[in-house]
Design a binder for this molecule. Structure first.
Ligand code: ASP
Ligand code: MG
Length: 422
């Protein structure tokens, strides 16, 4: 069993959708295909939800029309034989319309999930019909009956044992009952509670859905199809000529994301790591190219440096007014104040009388924190420093565009080199 995930960009118009179908055709089943909402649909549905909550009738009408047009023109562009596709979409669209004729409840997060989940329902209904038109034997599966979650609406937690049973019953059995079945198409991002209410897993949750299904199915591999060649070793918006990472371990990928790289979320990696299921990030534009594979083997990790650049960080330097030792006498008090103000520490450095952190926090909370610290400490801070982290720095080249900056702090461990710059 292989699990695919097609993100919003890979199904954003008819051409993209046909490309996704062509990719699907090159794989012999059995395949489970997880699909996100098409293009920017989730954003539009969030607008619809916001209008619904405040009963903005004009806003509701306008957004509904936008969503209807977007999906129906996409279906029309798929070509002939799309009547059934139109019918299943329209039926689901009318369900949403009926739903929002009701008064909104007080529970906004609940209402969010009931509305925003339609993006994935539509994309999968359309994708499954389009596969059938291309003579691929596929079945549509409802994640609202397969992924069991808590009732933390907008950010539901997975009930792993129950989900496993449901996935076996509803997906694995479909393949067992029907030998010629090529694939099952299902929604990313959505689930259901034990009382059958629809939930969502948090924005960008479809990668996680693919990992959950792979975990429950003991899949051989997961493929995430993206508009980039794979994982890069630096952000192309900040650095020239980043290199593609060919192979990386789960452990290193989790470390990179901890240091702030926008790789795959650890939430997605954990279930795959637990069952040793490799994850491939591949380009849907160039599906033949090798992409990146994330897997258990750590032997390749040290071969290539990765650069993670966090801008606009806060650097706070604290020293006790009475010259007492900072680590022994004050550290727990300082951390208590940090956590109260929501400060997230990225790097720490200390001497006998001084403690510095490079961190992130909400601007509005800063003054309060500085005031409280200043009762006991001399405090200096700078709101505009940058943090550069270089993982596996052995053969690294210091980025050309940062060479003119001042180095305020440099820290080195065996695998990580970090600079605080301004
Ligand atoms: N459609 C959802 C979102 O845009 C989930 C996903 O794409 O992963 O956040
Ligand atoms: Mg999306």
């Amino acid at each position: 069993m292989i699990v695919f995930k097609f993100g919003g960009a890979s199904v954003k118009n008819a051409e993209a959708l046909k490309n996704a179908i062509n990719i699907t055709k090159t794989f012999d089943g059995p395949l489970v295909i997880v699909v996100s909402a098409m293009g920017k649909t989730t954003n539009s549905l969030e607008e619809l939800w916001a209008a619904y909550i405040i009963k903005d009738v004009k806003g509701i009408e306008h957004t509904l029309e936008k969503l209807y047009k977007f999906h129906t023109s996409l279906i029309a562009e798929l070509g002939k034989q799309t009547r059934r596709c139109n019918d299943v979409f329209s039926e689901s669209f009318n369900e949403l319309k009926k739903q929002i004729e009701k008064e909104p409840s007080e529970h906004k997060a609940f209402e969010y999930d009931q509305i925003v989940s339609f993006g994935e329902l539509w994309s999968t209904l359309i994708f499954a019909e389009a596969l059938k038109i291309s003579n691929i034997n596929c079945k549509w599966n409802d994640a609202r009956k397969t992924i069991r979650t808590s009732n933390h609406y907008q950010n539901a937690r997975i009930d792993w044992p129950k989900t496993k049973t449901l996935v076996k019953d509803r997906i694995l059995n479909k393949f067992k009952e029907n030998n010629s079945l090529d694939c099952v198409v299902t929604q990313g991002f959505i689930g259901h509670t034990n009382t059958g209410m629809t939930t969502t897993l948090g924005r960008e949750g479809s990668d996680f859905s693919a990992a959950i299904l792979a975990w429950a199915l003991d899949a051989k591999e997961v493929f995430i199809w993206k508009d980039v060649a794979g994982l890069l070793n630096a952000d192309p918006k900040e650095f020239d000529n980043p290199l593609k990472i060919d192979k990386i371990s789960f452990k290193e990928a989790i470390e990179l994301s901890y240091f702030g790289a926008s790789v795959i979320h650890p939430k997605t990696l954990k279930p795959l790591q637990n069952k040793n299921i490799p994850l491939r990030i591949k380009s849907f534009i160039d599906p033949e190219s090798s992409g990146t594979i994330i897997q258990s083997d750590e032997s390749c990790d040290a071969n290539q440096p990765s650069y993670i650049y966090n801008k606009n960080q806060l650097l706070i330097s604290i020293s006790p007014k009475d010259f007492s030792f900072i680590m022994e006498d004050h550290i727990s008090e300082i951390f208590h104040l940090f956590s109260k103000s929501g400060l997230k520490v990225h790097l720490m450095q200390n001497s006998a009388l001084n403690f510095s952190v490079c961190a992130n926090m909400k601007k509005a909370m800063l003054k309060n924190l500085i005031d409280e610290l200043s009762e006991t400490y001399n405090v200096k801070y700078n709101e505009n420093v940058d943090l550069l982290t270089i993982r596996q720095y052995e053969n690294h080249i210091f980025p050309e565009n940062l060479k003119n900056k001042n180095i305020l702090i440099k820290q080195r461990t065996r695998s990580t080199l970090r600079y605080v710059l301004n």
